[in-house]
Design a protein around this ligand. Structure first.
Ligand SMILES: Cc1cc2nc3c(=O)[nH]c(=O)nc-3n(C[C@H](O)[C@H](O)[C@H](O)COP(=O)(O)O)c2cc1C
Length: 336
């Protein structure tokens, strides 16, 4: 019940209040060179992507958001049906609620409407210090029919909560055991403050196979938690972190430069198809978007289809107008 109320409040805050990071994601400073003579037709543009062994019709993942509250069921099912129709990936919200109360598992159940897409389960890495075992994580992956597990890293968000889970001691060996034991790949993601290269290196060493930078510039979890406290002092503390973290564009570029081969997802404040093209040009393999999809799914499944259509159309035009027939050609279109 407590989890239901917390999750539902998160949705309301994200939908109704200004929780956008005070930092810019950095895409306006990234330029793609205009190509006046592409020498191919718009219809020839190919935006399909391969990520590990997953094949996608566009380089897009709906970032992890919800589950664990009745409202989440409709939202997840709308997102999933639209993702299936478009051939893109979907991240489910943190599965902790489903592990604590099996009844809540149904609020994440989408495989019947999304049988073929890559579906990513999600858990807070710190939960490995709060009773979540390797068997629990496996149970969650099986329950969702997930293709991979996202572990999210959110020390700031936990620290800003009144009774947050702030014991991040000695997590790496537990993460390593989890990565070895699970049958599906494990990805690491931030939650809107970024993941530094040096952190990614430690995680890859532990067996993580893909990194989602989840950088700053979009939804700020510091601001979300601040709004939730209902305590003026704590809200001011949270506000002080309103521009915390590494901006997404820069975090993506740095990660790709340091780790040329790592499967890489850019997310955090990506808001249109041109920014998707820019993130791919900076080295991302996929782009993740959260809040705009929550707004669309809160409205209708049709609104989610429309948002995906708009993002993909703008991406394709950005490829055409930069002479990038394939996604991989975008790297060469990057200019000052
Ligand atoms: C309502 C909501 C719930 C979220 N819940 C989770 C979660 O359970 N696990 C997680 O890893 N990230 C969660 N996130 C963070 C997003 O996955 C994403 O990293 C962040 O919102 C930045 O992307 P955006 O700027 O496109 O919203 C949530 C975001 C929103 C808006």
């Amino acid at each position: 019940m407590e989890t239901d109320a917390r999750k539902s409040r998160h949705l309301d805050i994200c939908l109704e209040e200004d929780v956008a990071s005070r930092l810019d994601a950095g895409f306006s400073a990234v330029r793609l060179q205009h190509e006046a003579l592409p020498e191919f037709a718009l219809a020839d543009v190919d935006c399909s992507a391969r990520f590990l062994h997953f094949m996608l019709r566009a380089p897009l993942v709906i970032s992890s958001m919800t589950g664990g509250t009745k409202r989440a069921r409709d939202i997840n099912r709308r997102l999933a049906a639209a993702a299936e129709a478009a051939g893109i990936a979907l991240g489910l919200g943190s599965g902790r609620a489903a592990l604590e109360d099996a009844q809540l598992g149904q609020t994440y159940a989408v495989r019947d409407v999304a049988p073929t897409i890559p579906l990513f389960a999600n858990l807070g890495a710190v939960q490995l210090n709060y009773g979540v075992s390797v068997d629990d994580a496996r149970r969650l992956v099986d329950m969702h029919g997930a293709s991979a597990l996202y572990l999210h890293f959110n020390p700031l968000q936990e620290a800003l909560q009144l009774h947050g889970d702030t014991n991040f001691r000695d997590l790496l060996p537990k993460i390593a055991r989890l990565c070895t034991a699970l049958e599906v790949p494990v990805f690491a993601k931030g939650v809107g403050s970024g993941l530094a290269v040096k952190t990614a290196l430690r995680l890859l060493e532990a067996g993580i196979v893909a990194i989602d930078v989840a950088g700053a510039g979009g939804t700020s979890w510091a601001l979300v938690e601040g709004r939730r406290t209902g305590d003026a002092t704590r809200e001011r503390i949270a506000e002080a972190f309103g521009d915390w973290g590494q901006a997404t564009a820069r975090a993506t570029a740095e990660m790709r430069r340091a780790l040329p081969a790592v499967p890489l997802i850019a997310s955090g404040g990506i808001r249109n198809g041109v920014e998707i093209a820019k993130a791919i040009a900076l080295g991302a393999d996929l782009c993740g978007i959260a809040l705009p999809f929550l707004e669309a799914a809160n409205e209708s499944e049709q609104a989610v289809h429309a948002l995906i259509g708009e993002l993909v159309t703008a991406l394709r035009i950005a490829q055409f107008a930069s002479g990038s027939r394939r996604l991989t050609d975008l790297r060469a279109a990057l200019t000052l």
